[in-house]
Design a protein around this ligand. Structure first.
Ligand code: ADP
Ligand code: MG
Length: 389
């Protein structure tokens, strides 16, 4: 017999089964990331897990792999339209992305695992029809409740609940919906919560996790190279637009994600870039689902140079090799700042994150840095000639 590949041995030692090891051998994963190393055995053991690890560190597979294994091994006998695995996510884009990871990691399994992503902004009918036999349901809270109300799906037999970007799902904006979802779940279940900015002390967590959870926090190694290079520029309000164009052009950015504070600002910034000959699209909550998915797809495949987004896209979205992120407006919350810059520097690839700070923003920028415990020198831009930018 030939020696098993190192990939297989790394993952086997976590308790993953042969069929999943085979999938991994055919994948790009060579060895588990630290959060995967710690979370996978705990999830397989049936524990509740709070998994906290930085953006881009492979949290998705940290739950997808052991959840798939439990599904295959437990062979839960479900009543019609009762799902065993429910994954709650804050955005449509993340729902689609998580579904893709479930599919990617279940290719070639001896049995097909039926997954479905559901979210608002699209017709509910195909979702209602497709629900029969679904084993892994990935959902945004609002649409999930619509489907529950129309009896397309029942949550009373859920075995495993996953909250991806858990702190966002549990924050005030989703509170009523998530409370209702939780009230529909059986008390006995496994709870898996993942985020880069999850505070184990947050009250809302005790509402989800009834037993003492295994808190897995992967803190970066002190000697770890800083993959994301951060810079901040002081720019007066009226020079922000020209400065953005100057940055994009002078650094020859081919793919850059720009964050604004509002949907209105996103539209405006994208429009201004287009008028100056830079291909840009805006994406935010007021756009149609079709437009959102299209813009993201074009951006990912490199046909769209600039994607201007609200913090909707700061959560969880994985864009391979994204080299640049620019915060055009500061986010209100320091957490969002962490998630924004975390769209670059993923899976050990380097990236650069730039923040534009107006003189009025300076006190708030201090607050953000203090919360992040990271200090970035504020560079003056007064000397830069922006004529013609
Ligand atoms: P997070 O949720 O922690 O922000 P993701 O789960 O989105 O991170 O993963 C980030 C990227 O890393 C993805 O492109 C994913 O395919 C890749 N990745 C995850 N696990 C591994 C691994 N073990 N080996 C190589 N790449 C991985
Ligand atoms: Mg994630």
């Amino acid at each position: 017999m030939s020696e098993p590949s190192p990939t297989v041995s790394f993952f086997r030692s976590l308790g993953l089964s042969e069929v999943l090891l085979k999938v991994l051998e055919g994948s790009t994963y060579k060895r588990p990331t630290p959060i995967q190393e710690q979370a996978i055995p705990a999830v397989l053991f049936g524990k509740d897990v709070l998994g906290i690890a930085k953006t881009g560190s492979g949290k998705t597979a940290a739950y997808v792999l052991p959840v798939l294994q439990q599904l295959l091994e437990a062979r839960w006998n479900m009543q019609s339209r009762h799902v065993p695995v429910l994954v709650l996510v804050p955005t449509r884009e993340l729902a689609t992305q998580v579904e893709a990871v479930f599919n990617e990691l279940s290719i070639g399994l001896p049995e097909r695992v039926r997954t479905m992503a559901v979210f608002g902004g699209v017709s509910i009918n195909p979702q209602m029809i497709g629900m029969q036999g679904v084993q892994v349901l990935i959902a945004t809270p609002g649409r999930l409740l619509d489907l529950v109300d129309s009896k397309a799906v029942h949550l009373s037999e859920v075995k495993i609940l996953v909250l991806d970007e858990a702190d966002k799902v549990l924050d005030l904006g989703f509170k009523e919906e998530v409370d209702r979802v939780l009230s529909l779940l059986p008390r006995k279940r496994q709870n898996l919560l993942f985020s880069a900015t999850l505070n184990a002390a947050v009250d809302a967590i005790t509402q989800v996790v009834l037993h003492k959870p295994e808190v897995i926090q992967v803190t970066p190694e002190p000697q770890e190279v800083v993959l994301i290079q951060q810079r901040a520029f002081r720019v007066p309000q009226e020079r922000k637009g020209p400065f953005l164009r100057y940055l994009i052009r002078s650094m020859d950015m081919r793919q850059v994600l720009v964050f604004t504070a509002s949907t209105h600002a996103a539209d405006h910034v994208a429009e201004k870039l287009r008028r100056n000959g830079i291909a840009a699209e805006a994406t935010h909550g007021k756009k149609s689902n079709q437009a959102r998915q299209q813009a993201l797809a074009d951006f990912k495949n490199g046909t769209l140079r600039v994607l201007v987004a609200t913090d909707l896209l700061s959560r969880g979205i994985d864009i391979e090799f994204l080299p640049y992120v620019i915060s055009y407006d500061l986010p209100r919350s320091p957490k969002d700042h962490v998630h924004r810059i975390g769209r670059t520097g993923r899976a050990e690839r380097p990236g650069e994150a730039f923040t534009i700070v107006t003189p009025e923003d300076q006190p708030h920028f201090k607050v953000i840095q203090k919360k992040m415990k990271q200090w970035v020198t504020l560079e003056s831009t007064d000397e830069i000639d922006l004529q013609g930018a």
